[in-house]
Design a protein around this ligand. Structure first.
Ligand code: MN
Length: 208
């Protein structure tokens, strides 16, 4: 029995058109995300074998595979839920208040996030996360799925900027893809993640 499983998309493959083409969603969910799920499960199996054999010769590579593939699984799981065919517009409520307080307003947040996502070198992600140390939202980025990004945070809004996420439709136009993403953001989902993160005592203390 596998520990990690591919979640269903919460909408049809074509539901996010014209922002994201059906064929991209088919390949992205069924092939790429499935690959990360399989990779994470394989890493767990290998680690179990290592414990049984007492042979940790390739431990460095296996732990790296676990971090890469499990981070890929987590990021994509949040990414699908962050989008909706009924998305777009702007957030309301406490999330809107937090973006005002910590970014100077929604437009400034959007510019910051877009610039960060467009600026990722090679494959990676743009993130809006909740920082449990300072108790506030942050914009961060990851190279690959997990590099160059801080610990102690919960993902709220994530944007995949690997070429597999946009190249079939936008070719080398990552900027146009990032700009189109805002048309399908499910702010209700982001707001729910913000509310849950804000109220979770993840670090067991408040050590500002
Ligand atoms: Mn991807």
């Amino acid at each position: 029995m596998s520990t990690y499983e591919l979640p269903d998309l919460p909408y049809d493959y074509a539901a996010l058109e014209p922002a994201i083409d059906q064929r991209i969603m088919e390949l992205h969910h069924d092939k790429h995300h499935q690959g990360y799920v399989d990779g994470a499960n394989a890493a767990l199996d290998t680690l179990e074998q290592m414990r049984e054999n007492g042979d940790y010769g390739d431990i460095k590579g296996v732990e790296r595979n676990l971090a890469f593939n499990l981070s890929g699984h987590v990021n994509h799981t949040v990414f699908w839920e962050n989008m909706s065919p009924d998305g777009g517009g702007e957030p309301g409520g406490e999330l809107a208040d937090a973006l005002d307080e910590h970014f100077g307003g929604f437009d400034q947040f959007k510019s910051h996030f877009s610039a960060a996502a467009k600026g990722v070198e090679g494959s990676g992600w743009g993130f809006l996360v909740y920082d449990h140390v300072a108790d506030k939202p942050l914009v961060t980025v990851a190279e690959n799925h997990q590099n160059q990004t801080p610990q102690g945070v919960t993902p709220l809004l994530v944007l995949d900027v690997w070429e597999h996420a946009y190249y079939l439709q936008y070719e080398n136009g990552r900027g146009e893809y990032v700009d189109s993403f805002w048309d399908v953001v499910n702010w209700d989902d982001v707001a729910q993640r913000y509310d849950q993160a804000k109220n979770a005592d993840v670090l067991g203390q408040h050590s500002h």
